[in-house]
Design a protein around this ligand. Structure first.
Ligand SMILES: NC(=O)c1ccc[n+]([C@@H]2O[C@H](COP(=O)([O-])OP(=O)(O)OC[C@H]3O[C@@H](n4cnc5c(N)ncnc54)[C@H](O)[C@@H]3O)[C@@H](O)[C@H]2O)c1
Length: 709
């Protein structure tokens, strides 16, 4: 039919195959090729039925997301699949969709317009559009409830979660599962349908699963209530419910028109733009300019970790979860036992929640070998140090590792704040030394900052990215500056929260403004969770590198003095009940008022808008400095750090994307005003100024500079 879609005959059956690797996305040419295949089969009297199947590893995994980007940018019109779907459904010859791999988004919409669907046992189906801030736009919300019922359809369209083949069969989305060869199975199924002589069902004409008004009203109301909580701030999930509801109330054609209108509203929304940016930023993050594509990763067959504390234990679990044996070394038996007990408890909790089998837990535990010696470290392909944050101790350990590790092994430190180059310099192999900055809890958090030292080799970097992938994390390459990317920005962000409470904002008002903005947690609640003692120590350390004479927060140091370390002591910025629920504490409010009064700080009403601007613009301003200084490649990389390590809402695209959404000029003007009002902390980043003055954006900067260095 064309180079993306082929057509062949198997006796009386026409086989239309999509060949658009890697995932048979619906790029331009694919829908046209399928349509041509259907027309060809219709015109050929010898043909009695059609099979639509994917070549390679999957059926159709969805739309070509690059094309959405072009539509949003106004470079092309959105081409609707609806005419193709009607062509398939109205075909005089039965069409079977044969599914393997994934049938997602437009892929499932096409399959649902076929008269029948058969699936390989490992296939998955889904309408994941909400993950990009949109809803199905080719009758997915209209046909799915007709096949699977209203409740299932709502759930699939709201969560975007995939459904496995067995569930798809049980809920009526597919008609039969195929054991063995898919094409042979689909052919046998189709021959039977042809032989039966019965009419072939059109999904759009079915009403049997659409339920009654009262039941649907309850389902829809419950879904709306749930989405308000689980999809906080997101437009698309709520919109998807409206679209499925329309399927229960309107004739099919009107339902499709209604869906189309909602789809377009979503596609041009800031949320879709942000989520599509995130999709591409995440793909770009591993593309390192200047790194030869020939560079190969070390094979990671054996790992070793020094330090079985909070981080070491979590990192060991990551290796075990990926099936890699790992030695876990401690300095004394008590600490080793505590470390292993924490790991076991962690796995047991997952088993209790039904997310891991007892057997898998035992297999994973067996991969973690506790030890008090360095024996076996000579076999490790990668060694990660996670001992106390102390330079002398880290140097001692790296000197030892230098003696023991095999040539070429990756030597990594999990330091959050120490100078990587100083640690590397103690070894005779600086090229193999790298920072791997995991986030706590290390077995949960998806972010991995990969810190490149002065001498770190390309091979070490490629291996670190391979490790991130192996552990199902997102690795971001950052430079060796204090706090790297995430924490360096976080210091500025936290500082503003401290100042805001001293100037008059209530503790809970600061947190509420940020969670209303979409952050996973408020900053002061985060401070209580991470430990005020930890934060104070870090800030004291930072102070040594700061220009003198800058305003310093007062209250947090007092909380520290009072032993209010946060959740772990039952009190910090908040009080905590026995369920660790945060309760605003009048004592803290009084303390803040007294200290601010003593320091002569004028207290005033502070709006939620000011809270958000001061906290988020502090992030952006520091992000711009990091970018210009070359400690991050791309603004998009910074966004990925904040989305995966700091609870920034994906639908706002990350702090740098958010700056573009607000307008860099607007952000810059506000930063200048804050600079005039609050002084040196708000010194505008030169890059922010430059972009503002030239009408630029971080996205445009990325396009121009982010691929060059
Ligand atoms: N906790 C976090 O949130 C976090 C996040 C990112 C990075 N980090 C960094 O990770 C590192 C570890 O932090 P942590 O929170 O896991 O600390 P931790 O205090 O929980 O654990 C450190 C462990 O190292 C062990 N240890 C000390 N000397 C040792 C030696 N010679 N051989 C073997 N084991 C030894 C200690 O007994 C202790 O169990 C630090 O560099 C820290 O800055 C921590």
């Amino acid at each position: 039919m064309n180079e993306l879609v082929s057509y062949r005959q198997l006796g009386e059956i026409a086989v239309i195959t999509i060949n658009n690797p890697p995932v048979n996305a619906l790029s331009p040419g694919v829908p046209e090729g399928i349509a041509a295949g259907i027309e060809h089969a219709t015109a050929d009297d010898h043909i009695k039925g059609v099979i639509l199947i994917g070549g390679g590893r999957t059926f159709i995994a969805g739309a070509d997301i690059k094309e959405f980007g072009k539509v949003i940018a106004g470079e092309k019109e959105e081409g609707s699949l609806l005419p193709l779907l009607l062509l398939i459904e109205d075909s005089t010859k039965p069409v079977v969709a044969a599914l393997h791999g994934s049938a997602f988004g437009g892929g499932l919409e096409i399959a649902m317009a076929c008269h029948y669907r058969v699936a390989d046992k490992a296939a998955q189906v889904g309408q994941p559009e909400v993950k990009l801030g949109i809803i199905p736009g080719a009758a997915g919300t209209q046909r799915l409830p007709r096949l699977a019922g209203v409740e299932r359809a709502v759930e699939m369209c709201v969560t975007g979660a995939p459904v496995n083949a067995a569930d798809a069969l049980a809920s009526g989305i597919v008609d039969q599962l195929i054991d063995g060869d898919l094409l042979a199975g689909a052919s046998a199924f189709l021959r039977e349908k042809i032989a039966s002589g019965r009419a072939h069902p059109k999904t759009r004409e079915r009403h049997d699963k659409l339920g009654d008004e009262a039941a649907n009203a309850a389902i829809i109301a419950a879904a709306r209530e749930k989405a308000k909580k689980t999809a906080r701030g997101l437009i698309a999930p709520i919109t998807a419910i409206d679209a499925v509801e329309a399927a229960t109330k309107l004739p099919f054609d009107e339902g499709c028109q209604f869906e189309r209108k909602l789809f377009e509203q979503c596609l041009f929304s800031d949320q879709a733009k942000a989520l599509i940016h995130v999709f591409f930023a995440e793909r770009d993050v591993a593309k390192i300019p200047g790194l030869s594509s020939e560079t190969k990763s070390i094979e990671i067959k054996q790992a070793a970790i020094v330090g079985a504390g909070t981080m070491g234990g979590g990192i060991a679990m990551n290796f075990a979860n990926a099936g890699v044996p790992v030695l876990l070394k401690e300095s004394e038996q008590g600490a080793l036992d505590r470390g292993m007990a924490a790991i076991t408890k962690n796995y047991a909790n997952t088993v209790r929640k039904g997310r891991l089998t007892e057997e898998a837990m035992q297999q994973r535990l067996a991969l973690i070998q506790p030890t008090l010696s360095y024996d076996g470290f000579e076999n490790a392909d990668i060694i990660i140090e996670a001992v106390f944050e102390n330079m002398a101790l880290k140097k001692e350990i790296f000197a030892e590792l230098d003696q023991r590790a095999k040539p070429g092994a990756l030597l990594a430190t999990n330091t959050s704040s120490l100078n990587l180059d100083e640690i590397a310099a103690i070894t005779s192999r600086t090229a193999s030394v790298i920072g791997l900055h995991f986030f706590s809890p290390a077995n949960v958090m998806r972010l991995l900052e990969i810190v490149r030292g002065q001498a770190t080799s390309d091979e070490a970097i490629v291996t670190a990215f391979a490790l991130a992938k192996l552990m199902k994390k997102v690795g971001v390459l950052v430079g060796n500056c204090h706090g790297f990317v995430g924490n360096r920005m976080f210091f500025q962000y936290m500082r503003e929260a401290y100042f805001l409470v001293e100037e008059g904002a209530a503790v809970e008002a600061v947190d509420k403004a940020l969670t209303d903005f979409g952050m996973a947690m408020g900053l002061l609640a985060v401070d209580d969770m991470a430990g005020i003692d930890v934060g104070v120590r870090v800030r004291q350390e930072n102070k040594r590198n700061e220009p003198p004479g800058r305003r310093q927060p007062l209250v947090v140091d007092k909380l520290y003095e009072l032993g209010r370390y946060g959740q772990k002591t039952g009190a910090g910025w908040y009080r905590y009940d026995e369920n660790r629920r945060a309760i605003p504490d009048p004592e803290v409010a009084a303390l803040i008022e007294r200290l601010a009064g003593d320091a002569g700080i004028k207290r005033r009403d502070i709006s939620a808008l000011e809270i958000v601007e001061r906290c988020i613009y502090a992030l952006i301003n520091e992000g711009a400095k990091i970018l210009e200084e070359g400690f991050a490649w791309r603004a998009g990389d910074i966004d990925i750090v904040y989305l995966n390590g700091y609870g920034f809402p994906a639908w706002r695209g990350g702090p740098m994307w958010y700056a573009d959404t607000v307008g860099v000029k607007n952000v810059y003007d506000r930063v200048c005003a804050l600079h005039a009002e609050h002084g040196a902390w708000w010194e505008p980043a030169p890059l922010l100024k430059q972009l503002a003055e030239n009408g630029g954006s971080f996205a445009a900067w990325d396009k121009e500079k982010g691929t060059q260095k």
